[in-house]
Write a protein that binds this ligand. Structure first.
Ligand code: TEU
Length: 563
C-alpha cells in the first residue's frame, strides 16, 4: 500500500567513500566529493545511499577498523561535511544509511589502548575478549580459532609490566580486536553511538558482521574453515550466528523505533544485517518483526549462473521471509566480492575472497557484462528491496590485473606466502570512472588514485554512457524508473513454466495493480521464444523477437493477464 514503509521496496546504492568522488585531489574520495555528486544518484533513480565507513580509522581494513565512532576521518572530511551530506541527500529525496561496525574496534580505539595499559581482569580488559594462553607457559593461543583474513584468530600482548601476558581475540585483522558483547558497558556504548547518528538524521545502519557479535562462551575448538563454515548450512561455528545476537538487535530496534513519527512510515529508521548465514530460514531470523528490517541475501549473490540455482534461492527466500513478514533484500555486488560483471563469467567455486590475479586465466569481459546485465534485470523485477554497488550501473569489471605492490587488503598481506593465500578484495574497490578524458577518469581533480584504475574503465565512464541508448547506465535508469513507477517491489511473484529447462521466467503483478510483467532470463545456448506481449526492457538486443543467450527481458503480458 502507498503507506507502506519506504524501505520495504527501496533500491539502495552503496558508496565506498574512498573510491567514489575525490573533491581535493589527494587520490582518496571524500564526503564533499560525494555531496557534489548526489544529483547523479537522484537521476539514477535509487531511493537511498549506504556509505561504507567514514569514521576515524588507521585504515588497516579500509575503515572497518574504527578508532572513533563519533567523528569523521580527516581524509574523508569533518562532522560538518557529514551533516551537509545528509541534509543534501534528504533535500534530493534520498535516504542515508551509514555503516555500523560493532563486532570489533580498531586497536587504536581509546578502549583498546586502555585495555593494553590495564591489568588482566580489569574492567578495561573486560570490554574485549582477553584470555590466558594454553600450554605450560601460556604461550599457545586459547583455542584454534582462525582469523577470517588468514592466520591465528588470537594475538598475545604483554602485561603492563612488560612480561608476556594474555591473548585477545580478533576474528579479522590483528588491529581489529573483537568487542565483548557479554559486557553491559559495551552494549550501552553502542546504544549511544546509534543515537549519535540517529540524532544527526541518518535513516539507518548497515550492520557489519551482524552474525558475529556473540561468541559461544565455552570457546570450543572448531573444525572447518572460517569461510566455508560461514556459509555451510547445518554447521554452526561458535563465533557465527549464535542465538544471543538476536537480543542485541531487539534492543536496537526499540531505539530506532523511538525515532519513528507515529503514522509516518516515511520516517522509519532501519537496520540492515550483513550476515553470512545460510540457509535462508536462518537468515530470516534476523528480520523478525522486532529485529532488523533487512538482511542481505548473500545466497542469491553466491548463486552460479544457473536457472535451477536461482529458482531455488528465490523460492526459499520468499518462503522464509514471508513467514516472518519481511521483504527480501537482493544484492549482486559489494566491496567484499568479485564484481558481478566479472564473477558471472567464471566458475564461481571458491572465488571469495581469493580474487583473480594477472596470472590466472582472465574471464571473458563481454560474457561477464552480458550476464551481469541479465542478472540485474532479473533482480530488479523481483519483489522486495535491492542494493547496488557503486560502478555496477556502468558495468565495471573487477580489476584483475592490479600489480601486487598496489594491494592494500589485509587479506592479501596476511596470507601472502602461506597455504591460505588469497589475493583479496582490492579489485572491486578501484575508484569510479566519471569522465573518459579527465585525469583519474574524473574521480578527482588530479591524476592521483589510491588504487590504480584499469584501462577498461575509460570506455565505461559515466560520460560515455550518459544518454546513450543501450548503455548499461541507461539500462539501470530504465529498470529503476519502471520498477518505481509500477511498484514492482510491492508486486506479487509467480513462476511461469516454460517448455525447456534453460530459461527462467516469473511474473511480477505490479504493486500498483496495473500490469503483469513477465521477466524471462535465457541461460541456454539457443535463443528462447517469448509469449505474446510487449517488450518493455531487454538487457541486450533481441534476436528476431527471440531472447538470445544470457539475456533477460521484461514483457508486458496482454490485458487478460492483468489483474
Ligand atoms: O565483512 C564481513 C564478512 O563476513 C567477511 O567474512 C567476508 O566474508 C570477507 O570480507 C571475505 O570476503 C565485513 C566488511 O564488509 C568487510 O569489508 C570487513 O573487512 C569485515 O567485515 C571486517 O570488518
Amino acid at each position: 500500500s502507498p503507506d507502506s514503509p519506504w524501505w520495504r521496496d527501496a533500491v539502495i546504492y552503496q558508496i565506498y567513500p574512498r573510491s567514489w568522488s575525490d573533491s581535493d585531489g589527494d587520490g582518496i574520495g571524500d564526503l564533499p566529493g560525494i555531496t557534489a555528486r548526489l544529483p547523479y544518484l537522484r537521476d539514477l533513480g535509487v531511493d537511498a545511499v549506504w556509505l561504507s565507513p567514514f569514521y576515524v580509522s588507521p585504515m588497516n581494513d579500509a575503515g572497518y577498523d574504527v578508532a572513533d565512532y563519533r567523528d569523521i576521518d580527516p581524509r574523508f572530511g569533518t562532522l560538518h561535511d557529514a551533516e551537509v551530506l545528509i541534509d543534501t541527500a534528504h533535500a534530493l529525496g534520498l535516504k542515508v544509511l551509514v555503516d555500523l561496525v560493532p563486532n570489533h574496534t580498531s586497536s587504536e580505539h581509546e578502549w583498546f589502548r586502555a585495555a593494553l595499559a590495564a591489568e588482566p581482569g580489569s574492567p578495561e580488559r573486560a570490554r574485549y575478549i582477553f584470555r590466558e594462553g594454553a600450554g605450560p607457559h601460556g604461550d599457545l593461543p586459547p583455542n584454534n580459532w582462525r582469523s577470517v583474513f588468514g592466520g591465528r584468530g588470537w594475538s598475545r600482548v604483554p602485561d603492563p609490566d612488560g612480561t608476556p601476558g594474555q591473548w585477545y581475540l580478533h576474528i579479522f585483522d590483528t588491529t581489529q580486536p573483537d568487542v565483548n558483547w557479554e559486557n553491559e558497558e559495551v552494549r550501552a556504548e553502542y546504544d549511544d553511538i546509534l543515537r549519535f547518528w540517529l540524532d544527526r538524521g541518518v535513516d539507518g545502519f548497515r550492520v557489519d558482521v551482524a552474525h558475529g557479535l556473540v561468541k559461544d562462551q565455552t570457546f570450543p575448538d572448531t573444525t572447518g574453515s572460517m569461510h566455508t563454515a560461514e556459509n555451510a548450512p547445518g554447521h554452526r561455528m561458535p563465533m557465527w550466528d549464535q542465538d544471543g545476537v538476536h537480543d542485541i538487535y531487539r534492543r536496537w530496534r526499540r531505539i530506532l523505533d523511538e525515532y519513528t513519527v507515529p503514522g509516518d512510515p516515511d520516517s522509519e529508521r532501519i537496520l540492515c544485517a550483513e550476515a553470512w548465514v545460510q540457509p535462508e530460514e536462518a537468515l530470516a531470523r534476523y528480520v523478525r518483526p522486532d529485529e532488523m528490517h533487512q538482511a542481505f541475501n548473500f545466497e542469491f549473490l553466491d548463486t552460479r549462473w544457473d536457472p535451477a540455482g536461482y529458482r531455488h534461492v528465490i523460492t526459499e527466500s520468499y518462503r522464509s521471509n514471508d513467514a516472518v513478514g519481511a521483504p527480501t533484500t537482493w544484492v549482486l555486488s559489494n566491496h567484499d566480492v568479485l564484481r558481478h560483471a566479472t564473477r558471472l563469467a567464471v566458475a564461481q567455486e571458491g572465488y571469495r575472497p581469493n580474487g583473480i590475479g594477472a596470472d590466472d586465466p582472465q574471464p571473458d569481459p563481454e560474457l561477464g557484462l552480458r550476464r551481469a546485465r541479465a542478472a540485474t534485470t532479473m533482480m530488479l523485477a523481483l519483489p522486495g528491496g535491492a542494493y547496488v554497488y557503486q560502478g555496477e550501473e556502468l558495468g565495471l569489471p573487477e580489476h584483475t590485473t592490479m600489480p601486487d605492490e598496489w594491494r592494500q587488503d589485509p587479506i592479501f598481506h596476511r596470507t601472502k606466502g602461506t597455504d591460505e593465500f588469497a589475493l583479496g578484495r582490492d579489485g572491486c574497490r578501484v575508484p569510479m570512472a566519471w569522465a573518459k578524458d579527465e585525469p583519474s577518469l574524473g574521480f578527482g581533480p588530479s591524476a592521483k588514485t589510491w588504487l590504480p584504475q584499469p584501462e577498461a574503465y575509460a570506455a565505461l565512464a559515466v560520460d560515455q554512457q550518459d544518454g546513450v541508448p543501450g548503455s548499461t547506465l541507461s539500462l539501470y535508469r530504465d529498470l529503476l524508473a519502471y520498477r518505481r513507477k509500477h511498484r514492482f517491489g510491492h508486486g506479487a511473484l509467480a513462476w511461469h513454466e516454460l517448455d525447456g529447462p534453460e530459461a527462467l521466467a516469473f511474473t511480477n503483478t505490479s504493486g500498483d495493480g496495473t500490469r503483469t510483467v513477465l521477466c524471462l532470463t535465457n541461460f541456454g545456448d539457443e535463443p528462447a521464444s517469448l509469449p505474446n506481449g510487449d517488450v518493455i526492457i531487454s538487457s541486450g538486443p533481441l534476436d528476431d523477437g527471440r531472447v538470445p543467450t544470457d539475456t533477460t527481458v521484461w514483457l508486458r503480458l496482454p490485458t487478460g493477464h492483468d489483474r
